[in-house]
Design a binder for this molecule. Sequence first.
Ligand SMILES: NC(=O)c1ccc[n+]([C@@H]2O[C@H](COP(=O)([O-])OP(=O)(O)OC[C@H]3O[C@@H](n4cnc5c(N)ncnc54)[C@H](OP(=O)(O)O)[C@@H]3O)[C@@H](O)[C@H]2O)c1
Length: 227
Amino acid sequence: MHVLTRIGLIGGTGKEGQGLALRFVAAGYTVMIGSRDADRARDIVAGLQDRAVGGALEGDSNAEVVAACDVNVLSVPFAHAASTLDGLRSAFRPGSLLIDVTVPVSFGGGAVRYADVAEGSAAEQVRRHLPEGVGLAGAFKTVPAYLLGKSDRPLDCDTFVCGDSPESRRRAIEVLEPLEGLRTVDVGDLESARALERMTVLLININRHYKIHDGRFRILGLDAGTG
Ligand SMILES: NC(=O)c1ccc[n+]([C@@H]2O[C@H](COP(=O)([O-])OP(=O)(O)OC[C@H]3O[C@@H](n4cnc5c(N)ncnc54)[C@H](OP(=O)(O)O)[C@@H]3O)[C@@H](O)[C@H]2O)c1
């Protein structure tokens, strides 16, 4: 039994959010899918219900979700992350944790590129738009939505976890540990997101070059470590 049982997904109606919802439900959590439109969230939940085995799945507006959860995941396109967080500012529970999965990517002229962010990374910009009493971790940045959505397949990969404090990273790792086949790798403070988010772009380009959808990262040698 998890200490925490309820996880909210801001923008959980998208590809990444739906995949995450299935994986968290499979780990026994109650997952609330959030949307700008509560009815849309409930429609998405209805469509996922057959595949949502383990915990429970609910849908509501982003604001209701954030107000109801001690852990939320931000899964909107990066271009809308700041405005989304500004709009939800008063809804966040003090002491709650936000897990940021956003990656600033530009698609233009057939190429996929990292879209530079003034703060250095999406995660660092997200930090600026969160209330002070809400902790922030970055995770799942390099885990493709395609793989998350294939809920009958093991994830069989690492996710890198950075955060604004050791406590935020510890909490995020505790939340992610029950996800089957996913290993967490603590990569330190939020500045690590500058590398992680660029690794996502690399991964998208690898997937495109080899015409696959589920390329992912695994760090070798960690099992011998003591971190
Ligand atoms: N796709 C991947 O493989 C992948 C991998 C790693 C990380 N990520 C990151 O995960 C995040 C979500 O990716 P995705 O592919 O799921 O994105 P998406 O499908 O394009 O969008 C996710 C959700 O964001 C909400 N949204 C769209 N425009 C918005 C706006 N103007 N303001 C507020 N909310 C808006 C929508 O929900 P409502 O209309 O219901 O509100 C939408 O369903 C992105 O930041 C992406 O970089 C994606």
